[in-house]
Design a protein around this ligand. Structure first.
Ligand SMILES: [Zn+2]
Length: 249
């Protein structure tokens, strides 16, 4: 099965890659993002394509999980997800990254079109080992900001220039950003992404997570783990749970 986005990206891949003329100018801080590969990705959340990118900024292998033909299109629902090995893969309860990722894939999987940008900026950009060092400091009683500062990092080291340029590489004209975080919108707009709407990112609740997520939402900006210590708010989106009272949001 070949969909049109597959064909369009394959055509793009066959084009000769020209060196960016801005990159060669040392006076310009150029962020170059290139599409490297596309393949079908059937998942438990629906049928997607996965597109791999390279860039000259952080040299990391970021990917887009794409539903439908988003190429050159307008008003595309987009979710930015920062990689979290402990949450996404291991199901760690120190954060709700996996819930947020699954909710985004499920929602977009049910839509005609949409994109999850899976950004390899582990631990708010400080990397996996440093995130675990920060967890360790938090286990010893430091709060999340103190832990990051103790390791010599800012509270949040993430940068959305590459994410914005991934959307530009897919020729996306405008997006509907799935986020509870207005700062993320402002950052993407700074990098030339047109945002036509914000879609609140609401997590589906179940009997097991509802109270947990509601408690976290009620303590906005100060997330608490089961041992009573604040932890890394890695996705920086205040959790919103389906069915929550408006006043709690
Ligand atoms: Zn996480």
């Amino acid at each position: 099965m070949t969909t049109s986005i597959h064909e369009k990206v394959e055509l793009l891949l066959k084009e000769e890659k020209k060196p960016c003329n801005k990159c060669e100018d040392p006076a310009v801080e150029c962020v170059c993002v290139t599409i490297e590969a596309i393949a079908e990705l059937p998942t438990r959340f629906g049928d997607f394509h996965i597109i791999a990118f390279s860039n000259n900024r952080d040299k990391k292998e970021h990917v887009a999980i794409v539903k439908g033909d988003v190429f050159d299109a307008e008003n595309i629902p987009v979710r930015l997800h920062s990689e979290c090995l402990t949450g996404d893969v291991m199901g760690s309860l120190r954060c709700d990254c996996r819930d947020q990722l699954e909710a985004a894939l499920k929602k977009i999987g049910e839509m005609e079109q949409g994109i999850v940008l899976y950004l390899r900026q582990e631990g708010r950009g400080i990397g996996l080992t440093n995130k675990i060092r920060a967890y360790s400091l938090q286990d010893q009683g430091l709060d999340t900001v103190e832990a990051n500062l103790a390791l010599g990092f800012r509270d949040d080291e993430r940068d959305y220039a590459v994410a914005a340029n991934m959307l530009h590489a897919l020729k996306i004209k405008s997006i509907r950003l799935m986020t509870n975080n207005p700062k993320k919108m402002a950052q993407l707009e700074q990098h030339g992404v047109k945002i036509s709407e914000r879609i609140p990112h609401i997590l589906p609740s179940n009997d097991h997570n509802r109270f947990y997520l509601e408690t976290k939402a009620a303590k906005s900006g100060h997330l608490i783990d089961f041992h009573g210590k604040p932890h890394l708010d890695e996705q920086s989106d205040k959790p919103l749970v389906a069915g929550m009272a408006e006043a709690d949001r």
